[in-house]
Design a protein around this ligand. Structure first.
Ligand code: FAD
Length: 456
């Protein structure tokens, strides 16, 4: 009998345990279900939809090379899969396990109507597996990573199957173009052209990164340098497995261990949402529920939020990052921290608003990684970071040599000297078309610390 392969954020043929298992059992029917119907599902943001469109296209092409194809359905996962199964005379479904709360719900719903077999393979180790001596989940990254390293390296990656048998006839499939995943405004996503979604694009990124991997620690914090792998959207959509990335990079020498530690952060974030499924909407530290965020009903606050989104805060490093995000769907990690901290602490806007904006605009938008990092920056999370640690954006900009990065993304400032560009207002050379600071660093810092001390 044919078996179903239920694909979600695992859009690859190599090191795909669910595919290998399915191919072993009989003809395979690969299915992707876009579920915008189930209320509990967090709808993918616009940038993710752009990526998904291209990734599905690429996956379908790879499957066709093997005589197979991708079946597309839209609706509730359990209903669509049950329909396909019935049409094919199938009862069994293989999938890779996912940990977003809505995916766990969907797995339960599918398992009620079909024989569902879940596999691991999108993390270095299955989330929930690495625990403290007493069996509790870790709350803090460093001990988590120390324990995870004890059970490394990850399993050897699996080859893509030589054969994927096709069923005698295919079930009905939607036309990808009718899903309208691509943006309707023509200008947006123009700057996404550097990305190549799909498995072969992911491989190219790894190959390119191998040269830089040994220098990772010295380069990764410099926004103007391509010192990081840019694998995040590929990893998010599962176009490559972290195990494969590990095995390809681990011998690069130099500071590659620091890079592997970042892959560990990705695993850590999944462990966090497994413990706190509502991590994107609820403060882990409850005392922050009483925090006096500035009121979104005020038009001043909304205007300042819009200025942050548009990259017009008057802080060049923040503005460069926010414009890079809008233009390319990605932002350098150091600048993500600076821009997030600015929203939360300088503008005193609830971190959840920023989380949502990133969710909509990042091509690597990931429920676990996004929420974990936002709560980490805001100091509301389960880790030990404190709200009172307030980043100074202008100092950060100087320290990490962001001048050329700013010139690239904030062209109004392109003619300023390296000394003046981080803080044109203070240097007395702010061009007319570049905004004044929304608030000075010192008053912002005092306002944030005062708000924080009120809830102690
Ligand atoms: P590299 O430095 O090459 O790292 C390799 C891989 O490790 C990344 O591809 C990513 O999968 C993982 N990784 C690295 N840093 C982190 C981290 N801090 N947390 C979790 N995983 C990490 N990352 C996302 O993948 N999705 C998100 O939605 C996301 N939101 C973020 C929001 C904020 C406010 C901040 C500060 C960080 C966020 N990050 C997110 C983490 C990090 O910024 C990106 O993973 C990284 O910039 C991706 O670039 P890269 O692939 O070149 O990373």
């Amino acid at each position: 009998d044919p078996v179903l392969l239920w694909l979600r954020r695992d859009l690859r043929l190599s090191d795909q345990r669910a595919l290998v298992a399915a191919a072993h059992e009989g003809p395979v029917v690969p299915v992707y279900v876009l579920d915008d119907d189930t209320a509990q599902h967090r709808k993918m943001g616009a940038a993710s939809r752009w990526w998904l469109h291209h990734s599905l296209k690429s996956l379908d092409a790879s499957l066709r090379e093997k005589g197979s194809r991708l079946i597309l359905r839209r609706g509730r996962c359990e209903e669509e899969l049950a329909q396909v199964a019935e049409a094919m005379g199938a009862t069994r479904v293989h999938c890779i396990r996912h940990y977003e709360p809505w995916w766990r719900n969907a797995e339960r719903a599918v398992a009620k109507v079909l024989d569902l077999c879940c596999h691991d393979g999108n993390y270095l180790r299955p989330p929930g597996m690495v625990t403290t001596q007493s069996g509790d989940p870790y709350k803090i990254y460093t001990p988590f990573w120390r324990a995870l390293k004890e059970v490394m390296p990850p399993d050897e990656p699996l080859e893509r199957p030589h054969r994927i048998d096709a069923p005698d006839q295919w079930p009905e499939s939607d036309d990808l173009n009718e899903w309208k995943l691509l943006p309707t405004s023509p200008n947006w996503a123009k700057g996404f052209s550097d990305w190549e979604p799909g498995e072969s694009g992911a491989r190219k990124r790894i190959d390119a990164f191998l040269n830089a991997a040994a220098e990772y620690d010295g380069q990764r914090d410099l926004p103007g340098v391509e010192g990081t792998s840019r694998l995040s959207p590929h990893l998010h959509f599962g176009e490559v497995s972290p195990g494969y990335v590990w095995h390809r990079t681990a011998d690069a020498g130099g500071s590659v261990d620091v890079f592997l530690g970042e892959l560990g952060w990705r695993d850590y974030a999944q462990n966090v949402i497994l413990q706190f499924p509502k991590y994107a909407s609820e403060n882990a530290r409850e005392r922050f529920d009483d925090f006096n965020w500035r009121d979104f009903r005020s038009s001043t606050v909304r205007d300042e939020f819009d200025a942050w989104k548009a990259g017009r805060t008057g802080y060049p490093i923040v503005d460069a990052g926010m414009r890079q995000l809008w233009a390319t769907g990605w932002m350098h990690n150091r600048v993500r921290m600076i821009a997030a901290s600015f929203l939360i602490k300088h503008l005193l806007i609830d971190w959840r608003e920023g989380e949502k904006w990133f969710w909509d605009t990042l091509v690597d938008a990931d429920y676990a990684s996004n929420a974990t990092n936002w709560q980490w920056v805001s100091g509301t999370g389960i880790d030990s970071n404190m709200f009172g640690r307030i980043m100074a954006p202008l100092k950060q900009s100087e320290k990490f040599g962001a001048a050329d990065y700013i010139r690239l993304w904030v062209p109004e400032l392109a003619d300023l000297s390296d000394d003046a560009i981080h803080d044109p207002e203070a240097a007395g050379c702010r061009p007319d078309d570049y905004p004044e600071k929304l608030i000075g660093h010192k008053p912002a810092r005092e306002r944030a610390l005062a708000a924080n001390s009120k809830i102690r």
